[in-house]
Design a protein around this ligand. Structure first.
Ligand SMILES: Cc1ncc(COP(=O)(O)O)c(C=O)c1O
Length: 419
């Protein structure tokens, strides 16, 4: 790693970074919102562009010396538009939450009402959580899933929209394992005169490759992160279709919610977008979905109940409470002991408090990048089940931990990295 020189100059940071390298190398990463970037993305991310201030947009900067920065931002924008067949792109948001904030400022006044998915049903905190800007300064009305099917209840969403006449409707989730019907959301928003924001942070890679229907042409604003299925550096972006919306978004991002763009991150975004335009990206995304399906099937065959019964995308919500009497927090901690990294999650209509939750969320983007395929996913499904079924049996857990190490060794992190 290039940070070897820190060993002498800053050993405290150096050894913590080393431990993180080792953690990533020796654990099975199943957090649905994480991925592993290529060496090329990482290289751009650590470039000298971190030194450059470039407030403004290409051709209209507030600082001198922005020639290369302009080139890079234009490249990122053009590649992104090409991936999603969108008319306008803003690649400056530092994160997904900030991209959402810019859209809030473009569509609402403080105190205005909007519709978003309930956090406990799979929504994101920037869609109206009481301690987030979205809930502090705006008035959220939440929709959720049907208690029987655990699928989005579009009739209910329509009813809520009719009743509350929101200025903005948000479609998109952090923990929803099925296809989202953006056309339905478009219809609902249109019928009540609301703007539609699609936050495709989780599924952007699937949308890019046609494995999830695209919101382009249906949503007024599309936000996303770059670091989940899209496999870029941490960051966000916003897509729009009309010049009017694009202009408004550019203003709301800068100077609305941000100062200078993180130009080194934009360089890394450009590289990642270039990778997403290659044909291998489609095979990768197909594998992500197939891997999720095999993992889901295996867990089901071992008696676990999955929210909605399975998955159409890259993630799975596993109920660990009803069948195995483990809260999500307990399950997460037990799996961490054997080297499997997951996150606890609330499930729709959860009986447990959010800090505990009744399940875990699993995702396949990171391990698929690492090269794991269906047979390994089946194996991992059994390792998860063995661990949670026998969590008080130290010997069984020791055996699982050894199997995890073997899998990690067979798929070293370096293998997928570009030179
Ligand atoms: C749907 C959704 N939107 C927005 C975000 C926020 O992204 P960030 O953490 O980059 O602010 C997330 C992150 O988990 C997300 O799942």
């Amino acid at each position: 790693m290039p940070y070897e020189l820190l060993k002498e100059s800053d050993p405290e940071v150096y050894f913590a970074l080393k431990r993180e390298d080792e953690r990533q190398e020796n654990h099975l990463e199943l957090i649905a919102s994480e991925n592993f970037v290529s060496q090329a993305v990482l290289t751009a991310y650590t470039s000298t562009l971190t030194n450059k201030y470039a407030e403004g947009y290409p051709g209209k900067r507030y600082y001198g010396g922005c020639g290369p920065a302009d080139e890079i931002e234009n490249l990122a924008r053009e590649r992104l538009k090409k991936i999603f067949k969108a008319n306008y792109a803003n690649v400056q948001p530092h994160s997904g939450a900030q991209a959402n904030m810019a859209v809030f400022l473009a569509t609402m006044q403080p105190g205005d009402t909007f519709l978003g998915m309930d956090l406990s049903h799979g929504g994101h905190l920037s869609h109206g959580m009481n301690l987030n800007f979205s809930g502090l300064f705006f008035k959220p009305v939440f929709y959720g899933v049907n208690p029987e099917t655990e699928l989005l209840d579009y009739d209910k969403i329509y009813e809520l929209a009719e009743k509350h006449r929101p200025k903005l409707i948000i479609a998109g989730a952090s923990a929803y394992p099925r296809i989202i019907d953006f056309a339905k959301f478009h219809e609902i928003a249109k019928s009540v005169g609301a703007k539609l924001l699609v936050d495709m942070a989780h599924i952007a890679g699937l949308v890019a490759t046609g494995l999830h229907p695209s919101p382009v042409g249906l949503a007024d604003y599309i936000t996303s992160t770059t670091h989940k299925t899209l496999r870029g550096p941490r960051g966000g972006f916003i897509l729009t279709q009309t010049e009017e919306n694009a202009k408004l978004i550019d203003q709301r991002v800068f100077p609305g919610v941000q100062g200078g763009p993180l130009m080194h991150v934009i360089a890394a975004k450009a590289v990642a977008f270039g990778e997403a335009l290659q044909s291998e990206f489609l095979s990768y995304q197909k594998q992500v979905v197939q891997n999720a399906q095999v993992l889901a099937q295996t867990l089901k065959s071992r008696g676990f109940r999955l929210v909605t019964g399975g998955t159409d995308n890259h993630l799975i919500l596993v109920n660990t409470f009803d069948t195995h009497h483990l809260t999500g927090k307990q399950a997460q901690e037990i799996l961490e002991e054997v080297g499997i990294t997951t996150n606890k999650n609330t499930l729709p209509f959860d009986k447990n408090k959010p800090a505990h939750g009744s399940g875990i969320r699993l995702g396949t983007p990171a391990l698929t990048t690492r090269g794991l395929r269906e047979s390994e996913m089946e194996k991992i499904g059994h390792l998860i089940a063995d661990t949670l079924e026998n969590h008080q049996d130290e010997k069984r857990k020791q055996h699982v931990a050894e199997e995890v190490k073997k899998l990690c060794k067979a798929f070293p992190m370096d293998r997928f990295r570009l030179p």
